[in-house]
Design a binder for this molecule. Structure first.
Ligand code: CA
Length: 469
């Protein structure tokens, strides 16, 4: 199980929030009413050719395509590149740029590796991208790519999982993961999970339970017997009644559930089936994208649980660059962003499937990939000069008096410069891990504290850990 409140986690979280604070001066988003450039609409599919190496691929079963700015994508005002399009004799929509040839089987439904491919001219490689947010019947949908509620988070600290990790953190009611699952027919289906269940946070090994919810209605309860270790995975299933098309399925820890399991993936299969599907793809997937596993670098959330040092390359979350020469940025779930920097949910599509993603097909032209990413998602902001100075961060519940009377005087007394004060999560009350209210036991006059830090020429940031993701 994941340890949720270790000191090391707190320190790392403080660091991540401090960095976030340093990045908050962002360029304003482009006009959200950005016109799609060079769009090719074919049935429920729409392709926007943004550059010779970048194509937006949207599928809307209800025809409701989105043109608004999203939290990821702040610019689509590209100069339309030259391209051609036609339909082949065998029923494929083809789009050809100077760098790519995209093929989509007409009227074949949402984009999958079976009906969509993109040939990369420079290398001769053919990409078959998948959308990690899209969960079709009879496929294993990786839990780490789901939407999360409560304490559930992606985790990687055990072995034997498929995909890029699993979902951990079933440690309280309201914790869960959610997938929109697309099934061809209404009726009875088998909902299965691949899970691990060893000695839990209560030091017990016991059969645990979770509850399925379907389209907002509470459904049957999973009974999940113990597995021999956290590295050993088994499957458990329940029977659910689904509508044709997309169903919102949640695997939740309800108040009566014991939780304390890890979930690797889920799958919806015909009612009479007994098998569990193999991993749907050998691509490297996350909740926000998919590409060949030969990634070049990446990022890591924190340095917690890494006794052996830095993570190896396989543990890094991928970016757009890999030796395969392509990447699919899955923007399907990203919130919409207004010009006034407020966010809102994507519009719903009912039982109709929806996908929104960006295909980067750069071959070995890595600079082009980064240029496309930069233009699409906005430039990275430069860090303020003070971020390169000396920071202080410690996971203690320091008070205003501690900072004023002990800490800063110690820095001054030892002739040690200090540029940035990172105040850890204890600044909040009544719950130190959640919420936004000051702990006035430690900070009796918050504004006076902030005024004092300014007078002392200290930049400040505050650990804003939240378990509601
Ligand atoms: Ca997994």
């Amino acid at each position: 199980m994941r340890v949720l409140a270790s000191p090391s986690r707190r320190t790392a979280a403080a660091l991540s929030v401090a960095l976030a604070a340093a990045f908050t001066v962002a360029a304003g988003p482009a006009d959200p009413a950005v016109a799609a450039v060079a769009a090719v609409t074919d049935g429920s599919a729409r392709f926007d050719v943004l550059t010779p190496t970048l194509i937006r691929m949207q599928y809307a079963g209800d025809g409701a395509f989105t043109d608004a700015t999203t939290f990821n994508v702040v610019n689509r005002s590209f100069t339309p590149p030259a391209y051609t399009t036609s339909v082949t004799a065998d029923g494929y929509r083809e789009i050809r740029t100077s760098a790519l040839t995209l093929r989509y089987k007409q009227n074949s439904g949402p984009f999958t590796a079976a009906n969509l491919s993109v040939a990369i001219t420079a290398t001769g490689a053919t990409a078959r991208p998948v959308y990690p947010s899209y969960c079709a019947a009879s496929t294993a949908c990786e839990a780490e790519n789901a939407l999360f509620t409560g304490g559930v988070t992606p985790a990687y600290d055990h072995q034997g999982y498929t995909g890029s990790g699993f979902a951990g953190g079933y440690e309280g009611a309201g914790s869960g993961l959610q997938y929109d699952v697309d099934v061809p027919t209404a009726g009875t289906w088998r909902l299965a999970v691949r899970y691990a269940n060893a000695v839990g946070s209560d030091n017990q090994s016991a059969t645990r339970t979770l509850t399925a919810h379907v389209n907002g209605a509470t459904g049957p309860r999973f009974s999940l017997p113990p597995t021999s270790s956290w590295d050993t995975w088994a499957t458990g299933s329940v029977t659910v009644s689904l509508r044709a098309g997309v169903n919102a399925i949640t695997v939740n820890q309800d108040a009566a559930d014991s939780g304390r399991v890890n979930v690797d993936s889920l799958a919806v299969m015909p009612g009479g089936s007994t098998n569990y599907p193999s991993p749907a793809t050998d691509l490297r997937t996350t909740g926000y994208g998919a590409g060949p596993a030969s990634q070049l670098g990446g990022w890591y959330r924190s340095l917690d649980n890494l006794p052996g040092g830095l993570p190896d390359a396989n543990a890094l979350h991928p970016g757009v660059l890999n030796r395969g020469g392509w990447y699919l940025l899955d923007d399907t779930r990203t919130a919409l962003l207004s010009t006034s920097h407020t966010v809102s949910d994507r519009p719903g599509h009912g039982a109709q499937p929806y996908q929104d993603g960006y295909f980067f097909g750069y071959g070995q032209n890595y600079k082009q990939a980064l240029a496309d990413l930069n233009a699409l998602t906005g430039p990275a902001n430069l860090l303020p000069q003070t971020a390169y100075g000396v920071w202080f961060s410690r996971f203690w519940g320091y008070s205003t008096a501690d900072y004023q009377n002990t800490l800063l005087p110690a820095f001054r007394r030892n002739f040690t410069p200090l540029d940035w004060l990172v105040v850890d999560t204890d600044w909040k009350k009544p719950v130190e891990w959640d919420g936004w209210n000051w702990n006035t036991d430690l900070f009796p006059d918050p504004q006076a504290f902030l005024t004092w830090t300014k007078q002392m020429n200290l930049d400040t940031s505050f650990n804003a850990v939240s378990y509601t993701h």
